[in-house]
Ligand binder design. Structure first.
Ligand code: KIV
Length: 275
């Protein structure tokens, strides 16, 4: 097991750090967080990047898709995470329809994420259609992470969460979109649920780091939803997910033990009360 922790790392992770990591072939680790406690744990464990993903919609709020998330929701989650992250780079998702209507609105919302939440960068989904917007946000001094492949905000267009870009036409378009995003100034690119071979090709075409989720081992880094890799939900078991704990079972057993201890009169005992 890797033993990197916060004390081993010299300073705060920046977008430049990630570029340098790519250049020296050091893999980038990224996990999601939506709250202060989780951010503190994964930051102190030594994670490079914390993503305040709009997957908060599913994980925190219990919605089926990421579509309902608003700027106010995301700013709240991002501000909690920023307070818990000492060294990791904190990237916050811009939610659905906060950047698609006009470039001006996108810029205003990216600015809100930086000023009100204290995020270090924003992430948005899509290729060529958002490239001008990306350029405008970057021009204003806000780092942007791109996201291609399975882009969950477009679930109603795709109709399915299956692997994207298996066909040549979509794969070709994805490579062009990745190039457009790099030209527009993205500092990194998430590739979600695409064939490993295609992710390798994208990685070869770009000079910015790629971060994969269900995109194979050739990306410069990997991201998972923390709740999934900790096994906090029982049902979600996609092929790409590696579970590092079974916290659903651990938490259930702890809660059951607590209930049993109350019912039996075992809790609280002599040492757990005041005289
Ligand atoms: O919202 C999210 O958690 C994400 C990751 C899955 C990349 O976008």
């Amino acid at each position: 097991m890797s033993t990197q922790s916060n004390s081993d790392r010299p300073a705060k992770v920046t977008t430049q750090t990630l570029q340098e990591m790519k250049e020296r072939g050091e893999k980038i680790s990224m996990l999601t967080a939506y709250d202060y406690t989780m951010a503190t744990i994964i930051d102190q464990a030594g994670i490079d990047v914390i993503l305040v993903g709009d997957s908060a919609s599913n994980v925190m709020a219990g919605y089926e898709t990421t579509v309902p998330m608003t700027m106010d929701h995301m700013i709240y989650h991002a501000s909690c995470v920023v307070r818990g992250a000492e060294k990791a780079l904190v990237v916050a998702d811009l939610p659905f329809m906060s950047y698609q209507v006009t470039t001006e609105e996108a810029l205003r919302n990216a600015g809100r994420m930086m000023k009100e939440a204290g995020a270090h960068a924003v992430k948005l989904e899509g290729g060529k259609p958002v490239a001008k917007t990306v350029a405008k946000i970057v021009e204003a001094g806000i780092p942007v992470m791109g996201h291609l492949g399975l882009t969950p905000q477009s679930i109603y267009k795709f109709g399915t969460y299956k692997v994207r870009a298996k066909e040549e036409e979509e794969a070709h378009q994805l490579i062009k979109d990745a190039q457009k995003l790099e030209e527009a100034g993205c500092f990194a690119l998430v590739l979600e649920k695409i064939p490993a071979k295609l992710a390798k090709e994208v990685n070869q075409e770009l000079s910015i780091p790629t971060i994969g989720i269900g995109a194979g081992s050739h990306c410069d880094g990997q991201v998972l939803v923390t709740h999934d890799m900790l096994g906090l939900n029982k049902e979600f078991k996609p092929r790409f997910l590696r579970r590092y704990a079974d916290m659903y079972t651990d938490m259930t057993e702890s809660v059951q033990q607590y209930i049993a201890d109350i019912k039996s009169g075992d809790f609280p005992n002599e040492n757990e009360q005041y005289s």
